[in-house]
Design a protein around this ligand. Structure first.
Ligand SMILES: Nc1ncnc2c1ncn2[C@@H]1O[C@H](COP(=O)(O)OP(=O)(O)OP(=O)(O)O)[C@@H](O)[C@H]1O
Length: 262
């Protein structure tokens, strides 16, 4: 299992500090939710871990500074589903998923049986078998999101970072994707998911990192992180926090100071 340690990670964009002094040790076998309001720095944190943006501090992958790893090594170690990716090429779904194997291929080599097996596993896990012959640019938003998740799964990396994997998914597919991420973690992967759906985060994640204004303001279990006071301070909302059976629920009720219940 892989361990990713963030050591005083910081990012400045256009002279604005958008991520400040984030330190945390993220271990394999867990599903870690990264939450926080718009602009809190969640995607920037994901990109800093992947060295897609210049950052201060260090990212250690099993004790090795990620800055010393090649692009291909890093891509084989941490698979990535970026936020809201647009597709430019009218590729068939199966070929798009196959791109997930690129970090494993030597230049000009062909995909091997092991690659085909990984592609088939990813197609099955992301539930996109029925779409495999479709052209990816002609899919609905939710279908496309699941195909792109399949591409990330096809890497079969020990760590997976997914940025808003539930955006544009219907409720059934949201649950399916959260179950899939939880299963990946149960199988030993380190899964880091940027999420806006607080109920999904509370219900499925082993640990939550709450960002606000680029700072890590809380790090712990859902019960520790998602308190009424913190939801008010960070999101500016009054929320109902409870359970239905054994499922955690976080229901935003109103903006703080707003008497309308809608
Ligand atoms: N190239 C850039 N130059 C300047 N500021 C930027 C740049 N890219 C992002 N930012 C700012 O960095 C901050 C963090 O952005 P980031 O995308 O990490 O937020 P986020 O928490 O993922 O937000 P969201 O929930 O809206 O996706 C935002 O205030 C954003 O406006």
């Amino acid at each position: 299992m892989v361990t990713i340690a963030l050591d005083a990670l910081g990012v400045t964009l256009g002279r604005r500090p958008v991520l400040r002094d984030v330190s945390a040790t993220l271990g394999g076998g867990s599903l870690i939710g990264v939450i926080g309001p718009n602009g809190a720095g969640k995607s920037t944190l994901a990109r800093a871990i992947l060295r897609l943006v210049a950052a201060q501090g260090r990212v250690l992958v099993d004790g090795t500074d990620a800055a010393t790893l090649s692009r291909a090594e890093l891509a084989r170690t941490i698979a990535y589903l970026p936020q809201g990716q647009t597709l430019h090429w009218p590729l068939a779904v199966e070929r798009l998923v196959a791109l997930g194997r690129l970090p494993h291929l030597a230049p000009f080599s062909r995909i091997a049986a092991a690659d085909h097996a990984a592609i088939e596993r990813a197609i099955r896990l992301a539930d996109v078998d029925a779409l495999r012959d479709r052209v990816a640019t002609e899919l609905s938003g939710g279908e496309r999101a699941r195909v792109l998740l399949a591409r990330a799964l096809a890497v079969e990396a020990p760590a997976l970072i997914v940025d808003e994997p539930l955006a544009s998914l219907d409720p059934g597919h949201q649950l399916e994707v959260m179950e899939l991420l939880r299963d990946q973690a149960a199988g030993g992967a380190l899964v880091i998911a940027v999420l806006h759906e607080l109920t999904m985060a509370a219900r499925f994640c082993d640990r939550l990192l709450l960002l606000d204004g680029g700072a890590l303001v809380a790090d712990g279990t859902a019960a520790e992180v998602l308190t009424p006071a913190r939801l008010a301070a960070v999101y500016g909302i009054d929320a109902w926090i409870g359970t239905a059976g054994d499922a955690a629920l976080v229901v935003p009720l109103r903006r703080c100071g707003d008497d309308r219940t809608g």
